[in-house]
Write a new protein. Structure first.
Length: 386
């Protein structure tokens, strides 16, 4: 391997974002944040790295295995690189903005780094854009978060989305009532994650029927919620199912054309959510566009305020959003008056100025990817090379 090739080699799951994708990501992020801001969500910017005992406690406790650590040479304390930005926003809300009026609406954008990728998302570093609604326990807050996520995605040109709703605590409430060993509980959860009926056969106390009923209550919101309402569930599970149904109703009342599906046994990837949660998909694109839901802001080991939010993944959005129109790019031969260049840029042109005489301005324009050439006070189209 040559020295140049060695320098270009990056760790698995990391990549350079090159033109034009880097510019597209910045533009899409700005449009999403502008949409969130129009609903009153104000932007915050937490650091990329924090003390481990702060970043990986409370809301971030479930992220310990996905976070890189290192020693701070100044304080001699362990630090962790963020693998998700939501816990950082939660910390800001509880500390620096503790006295700000509630509900508190915050938005954010930044890169995260994870120890391992997943089968659906092998990337270990990517940008997140999201928002959090803090200090509101109403189910209307859950609906606002879902609808705003859909509106933000529509603002960047994505339509025909699917919102998959789940309640991560629903199955937990049923399993808590069973006398299961830790090993049996883990195996049962795995069977439910894989949607395998055989893995839940033989459970006592009517649990088999309840869990099979949950597996059957999966799919399009209408029939799935009807099936869910017909199940005889313990009190905590019934409460979670009712919340799921009500939030789905609120969302569909505001966006009747939206595709909403229900998966009452889903919980993978929802490390800290305790209420109605959701994942956003679009047909033909690998991986989820984003996910979110309700969670408690932990404070000194005890639940604090209620919060709900959504995180969108920019790597997936870049794959999902069609490339924009070709940029208006014009070549300015050496000696072009600065006033003419300023006028062209004011009109929306990307004006690339020559630093020396080229000898063949048309050829130089083609070489630099310019579709037009400024010549004799006018604009000429650069003809493709024969």
């Amino acid at each position: 391997m040559t020295d140049t090739a060695s320098k270009a080699l990056l760790p698995e799951g990391l990549q350079d974002l090159l033109p034009p994708d880097a510019a597209r990501e910045a533009e899409l992020s700005a449009r999403l944040l502008a949409c969130f801001h129009s609903h009153g969500y104000e932007r915050v910017k937490p650091p990329f790295i924090e003390f481990e005992d702060s970043l990986l406690s409370g809301t971030g406790e479930g992220l310990a295995e996905s976070s890189f650590r290192l020693m701070d040479p100044v304080s001699r304390r362990m630090m962790a690189l963020r693998s998700d930005m939501t816990p950082q926003v939660a910390r800001i809300a509880q500390t620096r903005l503790a006295r700000a009026p509630r509900p508190l609406r915050l938005s954010y954008s930044g890169d995260i780094l994870r120890v391992l990728g997943s089968e659906l998302r092998p990337e270990r570093q990517f940008a997140q854009v999201g928002f959090e609604l803090i200090g509101a326990s109403s189910l209307h807050a859950d609906a606002e978060v879902i609808l705003l996520a859909v509106e933000g995605l529509a603002a960047i040109g994505l339509e025909n989305l699917t919102v998959d709703l789940c309640a991560p605590t629903l199955v937990t409430a049923i399993l808590d009532g069973l006398d299961l060993s830790a090993e049996s509980r883990t195996a049962l959860r795995g069977a439910l994650d894989r949607k395998e009926d055989a893995g839940i056969a033989g459970l006592a106390g009517g649990a088999e029927q309840k869990l099979k009923g949950l597996l059957a209550a999966t799919g399009t919101a209408g029939p799935a919620l009807e099936a869910l309402a017909g199940l005889d569930l313990p009190a905590d599970a019934a409460h979670a199912a009712e919340a799921l149904s009500e939030v789905a109703g609120l969302v569909l009342a505001s966006a009747p054309g939206l595709s909403v599906t229900i998966d009452p046994v889903e919980r993978r990837g929802f490390e800290y959510q305790t209420g109605v949660s959701f994942t956003l998909f679009i047909e033909g694109v690998r991986g989820e566009l984003g996910r979110g839901g309700r969670y408690p802001l932990a404070s000194n080991g005890a639940p604090g305020e209620d919060a709900a939010g959504c995180t969108l993944y920019m790597d997936t959005l870049l794959r999902a959003v069609p490339a924009g129109a070709t940029e208006k790019r014009i070549f300015l031969p050496h000696g072009t008056p600065s006033g003419a260049a300023a006028e062209l840029r004011a009109e929306g042109w990307i004006a690339v100025a020559a630093l020396s005489a080229s000898g063949d301005d048309s050829a130089e324009a083609r070489r630099l990817g310019c579709s037009h050439l400024y010549a004799e006070g006018g604009i000429a189209t650069v003809q493709p090379e024969e």
